[in-house]
Structure formats: structure tokens, C-alpha cells
Design a binder for this molecule. Structure first.
Ligand code: PRP
Length: 208
């Protein structure tokens, strides 16, 4: 049988996921000594690991070129897609929040508000649910700059420790949603490799 292919979000989630695999006794030597290689084997488990940017993890799962993905709920909320979201891995914990400058009343006045964010879909649906029309400005880098430069009335962004906000004179005015890493599975793979995928999910869940 071909290996089960896991798309793993590079960076923080990568480290936590490798830690989880090691707890399960998987041989993660290739993952530790990857150099510039992007497809790595967990040889004793017949698993291949593909390292990818978060949004690409969803693309690979949706297109069926990877069977299982490890990705943040933030990415799932922003990009959506059709796949099974099977397990909350419990790590990679942070939240989406609305933040703005300290001492500024975001909800004052009737003028349309401008929101800067890396997550336009999350921001739009949050304010739509409140019945508020907002103008969204998509920012790629440090969103915290937008209110400081008076480009936006507030931001919708990821808050983990809160120190980026604090060091830039910003405060959370409302929580949007909690975030953590999730296991997602391609819908066809779930049928084709039912036994292998279910047993892997069971092992993973037993270690959480
Ligand atoms: C995220 C987010 C904030 C920061 C919050 O950016 O956009 O800037 O982390 O973390 P804190 O509450 O612990 O200060 P990240 O570092 O992931 O960089 P990015 O711009 O690549 O998303």
C-alpha cells in the first residue's frame, strides 16, 4: 500500500506535531534532519509528511494529493473547503480578536468602520453577524500597523500572548473565536484508506 500522506503546516504546528508523533514512538529522524527537503518519511509507520504553508495544506487535502492535514482553525475559518475536520489537537492555541487603539471607542458614531486584517472572510462574517457594514482592507504583514497609521479603525487578527498588541498600544475589544490545530482528512481518502486513517487518528487521539 502507498504511504498515508500528511500535509503539515510549517513552523509552530510542525514542532508540536513532531512532538506528538514522538510521544507515539514514531521515527521522526527525517523530520528533524530535513535540510531543504519538502517530502519526508516516517519510515516505521509508512507515512509521508509534506511540509507546507497553512493555506496550501487545505489545497493539498481538498485536491486529494495528501490524505491528512494538520492546520490551524484560523486557516480553516478563512479558506473553508470540503474535507472532514476530525480532531482538535489542542495545541497551537490562540484566538481571533478585534483590537484597536487604547482609549478609542470603536463603536462610537455611525460612520462605516474600516477593518484591517490578514483574514478578510473571518472579519467580514464576524461583523456581518453583528449587522455591521464594514470596509475591509487586506494586509499581508503586521496588521497592528494599520490602526497606528490611521489606515483602519480596528484590526481582526490572531492574538496569542497579547504582547504584540501591548507593545503597540493596542487592546482587544472583542474575542472573535478560539483557535487551535485541527486534523483534517480528504473525504475520498477517508473511504479508500479507512482502516489506516482511523487507526492513525485513534493513536493520535490517545496521546492528547
Ligand atoms: C501573529 C499575529 C500577531 C502575533 C500575535 O503573527 O498576526 O502579529 O502573531 O502574537 P502575540 O499575541 O503572541 O504577540 P505571526 O507571528 O504568526 O506572524 P505572521 O505575520 O507571519 O502571521
Amino acid at each position: 500500500m502507498r504511504p498515508i500522506r500528511i500535509a503539515l503546516t510549517k513552523g509552530r504546528l510542525e514542532k508540536d506535531t513532531i512532538g506528538l508523533f514522538e510521544e507515539l514512538g514514531f521515527d521522526c529522524s527525517e523530520l528533524h534532519n530535513k535540510g531543504r527537503r519538502l517530502i519526508l518519511s516516517i519510515k516505521d509507520q509508512n507515512i509521508e509528511v509534506v511540509l507546507a504553508k497553512a493555506a496550501d495544506v487545505i489545497t493539498y487535502i481538498e485536491n486529494g494529493v495528501c490524505d491528512i492535514g494538520v492546520v490551524g482553525k484560523d486557516t480553516i475559518m478563512e479558506y473553508g473547503g470540503s474535507f472532514f475536520e476530525v480532531t482538535d489537537l489542542g495545541f497551537g492555541k490562540c484566538k481571533f480578536a478585534v483590537a484597536n487603539k487604547k482609549d478609542v471607542d470603536f463603536y462610537a458614531g455611525y460612520a462605516e468602520k474600516t477593518i484591517a486584517t490578514k483574514y478578510p472572510n473571518v472579519a467580514r462574517s464576524f461583523f456581518k453577524a453583528k449587522g455591521m457594514d464594514v470596509r475591509i482592507v487586506k494586509i499581508e504583514g503586521s496588521v497592528e500597523l494599520a490602526p497606528l497609521l490611521n489606515l483602519a479603525d480596528a484590526i481582526v487578527d490572531i492574538v496569542e500572548t497579547g504582547s504584540t498588541l501591548k507593545e503597540n498600544g493596542l487592546v482587544v475589544i472583542e474575542d472573535v473565536a478560539p483557535i487551535s490545530a485541527r486534523l483534517i482528512v480528504n473525504t475520498v481518502s477517508m473511504k479508500l484508506y479507512k482502516n489506516e486513517i482511523e487507526s492513525l487518528i485513534e493513536k493520535i487521539e490517545s496521546a492528547l
